[in-house]
Structures are given as C-alpha cells and as structure tokens.
Design a protein around this ligand. Structure first.
Ligand SMILES: Nc1ncnc2c1ncn2[C@@H]1O[C@H](COP(=O)(O)OP(=O)(O)OP(=O)(O)O)[C@@H](O)[C@H]1O
Ligand SMILES: [Mg+2]
Length: 255
C-alpha cells in the first residue's frame, strides 16, 4: 500500500530518521522540479540523515568535553605577539600529536594566548571525532579534593579515558594541595603508560614546578613523563588582556 508524504514523514520519525524527515518536503519538491532520478533523490536524503547525525554527535562531544567556548586559530591575531610560535601551534592543530601520544606544553607569559590555543586544539579535536576532556587545573583539583570517592572515581575516569586531556592554567594558584598533586601524578603516569596526550598550559616556568608540587621526587616523575615525547611551546610577549582593557578604558573615556 502506497503511503502519502505525511505518512512517509511519520514513518521516518518512527524509524528515528529525523534527518530524512526534516528535508523530505524539500527533496520531493526538488525531485519534481528537476525530474531528478529516484536514486539521486534517495542519495540526497541519505546524505541529509548522515549530516544531521554527524553534527549531533559533534555537538554532544562538545557538550561533554568541558569547553566553555569554541575558539579557533582563525580568531587569533598572530601579529599581536610575533614571538608566539605560530608554526608549532598549527602543527599541533593538525592533531597528529594525539595519534602519536605526544604531549603539548604551552608555557609562558600571562595573556599571551596559551589557553586560547589549547581551547582551539581541544575544539578542533572534538570536530575530528576525538574524545576530549578540557579542565581548568585549579578548579578540577579543588573539586576532586572535596568530592566523594564515587565522584573522584568518575572525575579520574573522565581524565584518563579521553583521547586528549587539556589541563589549563596549571599552577595558577602556585602551591597545590597534596591531594591535587597526587591526582596530577596519577593522571600523568597513567596517561603516559596509555600513550594518551595531555596539553598543559601554564604561566609558571617549568623549573619552578617542583616548588609548587612540594615533593621533589613527585615533581621529577611528573615532569619526566610530561616532557618525554612532548612539544614545548614558549609564549612570549605582552598581554592581550591588557590591550583589551586599555581599549575599553580609552573608549569609555571618549564617551
Ligand atoms: N594574539 C591573540 N589574538 C586574539 N586574542 C588573543 C590573543 N592572545 C590572547 N587573546 C585573548 O586574550 C584573552 C587572554 O588570553 P589567554 O587566556 O589565552 O592567555 P593565557 O596565555 O592563557 O594567560 P594566563 O597565563 O594568564 O592564563 C583571551 O580572551 C584570548 O582569546
Ligand atoms: Mg591561560
């Protein structure tokens, strides 16, 4: 028995083919207007379904990864701080480092764009189908130390299982608690064994990390594993935040 268009639409929804259902009217009109062969129309409908599924999957990955914004390298002003290692940033942006289990350490002066680049890498990785976990280091450490054992297991699992972990603004508050240092050690050790990449951003020079971790042996083992198989990118220059603040002040003074 032939179905009419509404009934076909309902059947598609029932079969959870909402991408096809959404474009059915348009594709039928298009086929009638151009006397398109059936197979061509059918291929287009299939493509519509696939497109919708892919974009939903990407959206879900983005929602779960912990990023609060979708940054890219195109919104980055490379002229502002010419010493920012542009080639190395683009190289990381190819995401080859994830497949190779290499870490990215983005270290340098405040406001020079380390977090921006790290977020852009994380976002690009979600678009490319990788499982990503982005965390602000201090807040995840604080959260972990106060969490119940069940919550701690869940947090740790998320940080271990992702293809890419971004630890943003590490040591922002300088000294970290013993519990936080242990978490960092576990995460770095386990991911190192699994050859899973970590991107760390910090405005504290690596030589000082031992001071913030408090325990020399622990800091050596963490650093050792982070630095072995890693790309170290130094960010030098002036703060973009200050530039923005000056711009705001100037425009406020002018009004
Ligand atoms: N060259 C740039 N072009 C465009 N925006 C930039 C640039 N550098 C930094 N920004 C913007 O300035 C703000 C601060 O940059 P970001 O947070 O990346 O700095 P950071 O190096 O991580 O600083 P901190 O060490 O204090 O964490 C962000 O909103 C970021 O998007
Ligand atoms: Mg930062």
């Amino acid at each position: 028995m032939a179905l009419n268009k509404q009934e076909i639409g309902r059947a598609l929804i029932e079969l959870r083919l909402s991408g096809m259902a959404a474009t059915l009217d348009t594709r039928v009109l298009q086929a009638q207007a151009s006397q398109q062969p059936f197979m061509e129309t059918f291929c287009m409908l299939l493509q519509d379904e696939q497109d919708l599924r892919r974009s939903r999957l990407t959206e879900r990955r983005f929602k779960h990864c912990g990023l609060d914004e979708r940054l890219s390298l195109t919104d980055f002003d490379w002229h502002f701080n010419p010493k920012v290692p542009r080639q190395a940033c683009f190289e990381l942006h190819t995401l080859k480092f994830i497949a190779e289990g290499i870490n990215g350490l983005l270290i340098g002066k405040p406001g020079t764009g380390k977090s921006h680049i790290a977020k852009a890498l994380a976002y690009q990785a979600t678009l490319q189908g990788y499982g990503v976990r982005y965390v602000e280091a201090d807040s995840v450490f604080a959260h972990y130390c106060l969490a119940s054992p069940a919550e701690q297991t869940k947090l740790l699992k998320g940080m271990l299982e992702a293809d890419l972990l971004v630890l943003d603004d590490l040591f922002l508050a300088r000294r970290i608690s013993d519990g936080a240092a242990e978490l960092l050690q576990t995460v770095v050790h386990r991911r190192y064994k699994l050859r899973r990449s970590i991107v760390v951003t910090s405005n504290r020079i690596v030589e000082d990390w031992g001071k913030y971790l408090g325990d020399h042996t622990m800091s050596t083992t963490i650093l050792d594993r982070l630095m072995h198989r890693s790309a170290l990118l130094a960010f030098e220059g002036k703060s973009y935040r200050l530039k923005e603040a000056v711009k705001r002040l100037t425009s406020a003074a002018a009004t």
